[in-house]
Ligand binder design. Structure first.
Ligand SMILES: [Zn+2]
Length: 146
């Protein structure tokens, strides 16, 4: 489902919490998961300790395919942090194919000479993972090749 993309930038690394450790553990294995309430079975997006629907503190994780579609995007041309110097960088809001209620935010890899002009709403995407530190991988997305 995924491939390793390495980065030379020394970017800030996420610090997992008790309620999102499962997400980061899966990402380290290049798997995309979403948090699910163990009581009411509704997806919790973003991961959190207490279910916003039934207030249960119990949760589990559901495997996602990693497929999605462009919901929206923005391209940054100016860096506001010294670790982000490879510009421009496009950030997308991605609607997951198998969990359309989940919208993830991530870097959109512009491959094969793509530019922002090649993007469109609903463009099919797939997840890729950027191994940024030992045990920490960041989900990113790229257009699905025809
Ligand atoms: Zn619940």
């Amino acid at each position: 489902m995924s491939e390793v993309i390495t980065t030379s930038a020394h970017r800030p690394v996420p610090t997992p919490f008790e309620w999102d450790q499962g997400f980061w553990d899966a990402a380290a294995q290049h798997q995309l998961v979403v948090q699910c309430c163990a009581q009411c079975k509704k997806v919790r997006n973003f991961p959190r300790l207490m279910c916003p629907h039934c207030r249960s503190m119990d949760f589990g994780w559901l495997q996602a395919s990693g497929k999605g579609r462009v919901y929206s995007w923005s391209t940054l041309y100016k860096s506001f942090h010294p670790a982000f110097v490879d510009l421009p960088i496009t950030i997308a809001i991605v609607e997951l194919e198998d969990f359309p209620q989940v919208h993830l935010v991530g870097v959109l890899r512009m491959e094969d000479g793509m530019t922002e002009a090649d993007l469109c709403i609903d463009m099919p995407l797939e997840v890729v993972f950027d191994d940024v530190a030992p045990g920490i991988a960041i989900a990113q997305f790229r257009p699905v090749r025809p």
